[in-house]
Design a protein around this ligand. Structure first.
Ligand SMILES: *Cc1c(COP(=O)(O)O)cnc(C)c1O
Length: 331
């Protein structure tokens, strides 16, 4: 593995805290729950995209780019962190957001504006076409755009989570702590790809399990294949001979609820429980859903009482404010 040759911009405060959830573990009567606070990566309210952006922006600067271009939904955490990364490195940022502009920007969208990103609203079906158009017109104006894929998920972005696994192994070693399971929200797959590859390279022996927050299980292992493919692209970036297949990737389905970004009782309960037992805020779309799934798996008896389970908090809490109507209430 060759980490040193990849250009990297330091954007995150690392290592992120690794904390025991003692009160909640006791309340649930086991397993031993831990949390890795990647909601605290430090860049404009943090989140998992910051680790990927260290390498993506590193490459953008090495190529002499002057503008970061990426895409997502109005409440995209990835777009907000990209806007912040651009501001922190003196680049411009243009965002292609799909959906309808709200009357007032809130949550991540408000932050995109404050961070100086230029927002273009598009139809989701036109993504590829609008991206090409924007790139062409900027090049004609003499600018140098650097395109970042949805969620920052490509081989280079995944390298951010290879580093994260090395970081975790270091923390566990210092604590003489074993971890049996690692659970987190998976969507565009780059985070899980990096973790799966990083687990292999770092010798992490626990199970790495992504909770799909936006897919139904088609039974075809499409997502598992995508993740393995991203992991192998990451291995190439690192000059590593490691190769993963779908068998190395574990995804749990069944928690998609009414769909991506539609908050239900699962998320509401998870958000309130972690907030009230531990003072930690999840988000309505990703971490809240994945933590709700973890609680459900615990209730189903999926983990032994004396096992240690790490929930990797991937961030997203700024979106809470955009869900005030669904979240507020007296109960
Ligand atoms: C993007 C995101 C994820 C999913 O990460 P992927 O690499 O896209 O799978 C999880 N949680 C939060 C808060 C995110 O913003």
């Amino acid at each position: 593995m060759n980490l040193e040759s990849l250009p990297r911009v330091r954007l995150a405060q690392l290592p992120t805290p690794l904390i025991r959830l003692e009160r909640l573990s006791r309340k649930l009567n086991g397993p031993h729950l831990w949390i890795k606070r990647d909601d605290q990566t430090g860049l404009a309210f943090g989140g998992n995209k910051t680790r990927k952006l260290e390498f993506l922006v590193g490459e953008a600067l090495a190529q002499g780019a002057d503008t970061l271009v990426t895409l997502g939904v109005g409440q995209s955490n990835h777009c907000r962190q990209t806007a912040a990364a651009a501001a922190a490195t003196g680049l411009r940022c243009e965002l292609l957001l799909n959906g309808q502009p709200p009357e007032w920007p809130n949550g991540n969208l408000l932050l995109d504006e404050l961070l100086g990103a230029q927002v273009h609203w598009i139809e989701r079906a036109q993504r590829a076409e609008k991206l090409r158009e924007l790139e062409t017109s900027r090049r004609e104006e003499g600018r140098k755009p650097y395109l970042i894929p949805v969620g920052g998920s490509n081989g280079l972005g995944a390298v951010g989570y290879v580093i994260a696994m090395l970081e975790l192994q270091e923390q566990l070693r210092a604590l003489s702590q074993r971890m049996d399971h690692l659970v987190f929200a998976s969507s565009s797959g780059g985070t899980q790809a990096g973790m799966a590859l990083g687990a292999r390279l770092a010798g992490f022996t626990g199970r790495v399990t992504g909770i799909s927050i936006d897919r139904n299980d088609p039974g075809q292992f499409e997502f598992e294949d995508e993740i393995a493919h991203l992991a192998n692209a990451g291995a190439k970036q690192l000059d590593s001979a490691a190769r993963l297949t779908r068998e190395d990737v574990e995804v749990i389905y069944g928690y998609r609820g009414a769909g991506y970004g539609i908050m239900g009782e699962l998320e509401r309960e998870a958000i309130r429980l972690l907030a009230r037992e531990e003072g930690i805020l999840l988000d309505p779309v990703y971490a809240g859903r994945a933590f709700g799934a973890l609680l459900d798996l615990i209730r189903q008896g999926r983990f032994k009482r004396d096992e240690s389970v790490l929930f990797w908090h991937t961030g997203g809490a700024p979106a809470l404010f955009a869900y005030a109507r669904e979240l507020s209430g007296t109960t």
